[in-house]
Design a protein around this ligand. Structure first.
Ligand SMILES: O=c1ccn([C@@H]2O[C@H](COP(=O)(O)OP(=O)(O)O[C@H]3OC[C@@H](O)[C@H](O)[C@H]3O)[C@@H](O)[C@H]2O)c(=O)[nH]1
Length: 236
């Protein structure tokens, strides 16, 4: 997980002073956490973990690719709130940490409306960084291996700058996440915001849309369909 270090951190200011209540025993055990995109595949598993760890969790999601169904076991829980919200609009909530996952991750969905995808990455991340600055929260961005583009070195080190196409049909996602990372580091250097960035590679597991269009789900879906075909094909 990329954290500010080395020359990235050369001119960072100290983080904004969080509320003194933040450090009392009470608030530590009831830390308030915002998860944008929390109704999605990875976000909903993160919510499960945060809830099991006794946190107060607020999920903001526009249900573009996620579903309330992924969170049904927490709806009505006293430490859980679910808001239908598009992160391209500002959101003002008192929180201690922000996990910013809101973004369509499947090529099928992010290419459906590329302008919206890059708005979510740029304006959505700006809104979440503005909130982090306002309330003194630490913020994590889920980035992606796509920031390396079509890498010329394997495996990619976090220090690798990538080999990217700024005008391709996938650039709304790749470049969107690159700009989001830039904004994260600029808010860290300019305002001292505590940041974390996780560049997620191919993930798969329960709650992933089967027709997600990503490599692993494609492989599994095709394997399942071939099996079904074999089941129905009369043996000659
Ligand atoms: O504009 C949008 C787009 C998407 N979203 C939400 O963001 C969530 C994204 O979850 P998905 O299941 O589509 O995707 P994943 O959980 O696999 O993606 C995760 O890993 C890859 C990262 O690039 C994504 O940012 C992270 O969410 C969904 O709940 C979707 O509804 C918004 O809230 N606003």
């Amino acid at each position: 997980m990329a954290q500010p270090n080395g020359d990235h951190n050369a001119a960072a200011k100290p983080p904004p002073t969080p509320s003194p209540l933040r450090f009392s025993k009470f608030f530590q055990s009831n830390m308030r956490i915002l998860v944008t995109g929390g109704a999605g595949f990875i976000g909903s598993h993160l919510v499960d973990k945060l809830m099991e760890n006794e946190k107060n969790v607020i999920v903001a999601d526009n249900y573009f690719t996620g579903s309330k169904d992924n969170l049904k076991k927490w709806i009505g829980h006293p430490r859980f709130e679910l808001i239908r919200h598009d992160v391209t609009e500002p959101l003002l909530v008192e929180v201690d940490q922000i996990y910013h996952l809101a973004c369509p991750a499947s090529p099928i969905f992010y290419k459906y409306n590329p302008v919206k995808t890059i708005k979510t990455n740029v304006i959505g991340t700006l809104n979440m960084l503005g909130l982090a600055k306002r309330v003194g929260a630490r913020i994590l961005l889920t980035s992606t291996s796509e920031v390396y583009g079509d890498p010329l070195i394997h495996p990619q080190e976090e220090s690798y700058w990538g080999n990217v196409n700024p005008i391709g049909v996938r650039s709304c996602y790749d470049e969107g996440k690159r700009v989001a990372e830039t904004l994260m580091f600029d808010y860290h250097r300019q305002h001292g915001i505590e940041i974390r960035i996780a560049r997620i590679f191919n993930t798969y597991g329960p709650r992933m849309n089967i027709d997600d269009g990503r490599v692993v789900s494609n492989f599994i879906a095709q394997a399942l369909r071939i099996n079904q075909w074999l089941d129905y094909t009369p043996l000659s």
